[in-house]
Design a protein around this ligand. Structure first.
Ligand SMILES: N[C@@H](CCC(=O)N[C@@H](CS)C(=O)NCC(=O)O)C(=O)O
Length: 220
């Protein structure tokens, strides 16, 4: 059964791969699962038909036969479990539990301050208190990056081999690229670059870029 995911008809990041369909595409590419994409407009996302799939009127969603899912973390986890042995979750029970822990850490500990920074930059830059608030928000991001950087050290991935935990962490960190803050942590920059260099990532990136440019992926 070929799953169908949803993505922005016109991504606000203009194909930079920062929308959350990217992490789902990447997971599907890692496990070698072909997929279809239904593009939705901002208006369509708020219509009852889409809200039946996603109560909050967002992307991505995932449909596979009678199963429909929302939340990028739940979707990536489902893909990793459904394709056990295809490299996203280790077979060893403890290693697997730790990989899942890193997925949660990416989404619930590292992503919130990064989102806060993006929100401040995009929606609050005209507020009189913006210049005072910005350094506070940046410092919260730096706190998390420093901690993550210390844990990663000189390892390639967070816990042995690449896993869904790394996929999610790299996807979350990528949102910082426009800020330049990742460059303050060379091991984290290199970690993100390693993720971006994976063939599955490149295929996913090209596919989402093709939606924006209207040109077919180059097939790198
Ligand atoms: N926690 C959700 C967040 C989903 C989300 O914020 N999606 C964005 C695109 S990356 C969206 O649909 N934004 C449009 C909107 O909220 O109206 C997830 O990880 O899937």
């Amino acid at each position: 059964m070929i799953p169908t995911i949803t993505a922005f008809e016109r991504s606000p990041d203009r194909g930079k791969g920062l929308s959350r369909d990217m992490r789902v595409r990447w997971a599907l590419e890692e496990v070698g699962q072909p997929y279809e994409v239904r593009l939705v407009s901002f208006d369509a996302m708020k219509e009852p038909a889409h809200r039946a799939l996603h109560p909050f009127g967002q992307i991505p969603t995932y449909e596979e036969g009678a199963l429909s899912l929302f939340e990028s973390g739940a979707i990536v986890f489902h893909i990793a479990e459904r394709h056990a042995g295809r490299g996203l979750l280790p077979d060893d029970a403890h290693a697997r539990a730790r990989a899942i822990t890193w997925m949660f850490a990416a989404l619930s500990t590292v992503e919130p301050p990064i989102l806060d920074l993006a929100t401040a930059r995009i929606l609050e830059s005209d507020k009189p208190w913006y210049e005072q608030r910005l350094p506070v928000v940046q410092d919260r991001v730096r706190d998390r990056l420093g901690e993550l950087s210390r844990r990663l050290g000189d390892a390639d991935w967070l816990d042995g081999a690449f896993s869904a935990g790394d996929l999610m962490m790299v996807a979350v960190l990528l949102r910082l690229k426009p800020s330049g803050m990742l460059d303050e942590y060379p091991n984290l920059s290199a970690y993100v670059a390693r993720g971006e260099a994976r063939p599955a990532y490149r295929r996913a990136f090209d596919a989402q870029l093709a939606v924006f440019t209207g040109k077919p992926p180059t097939g790198r």
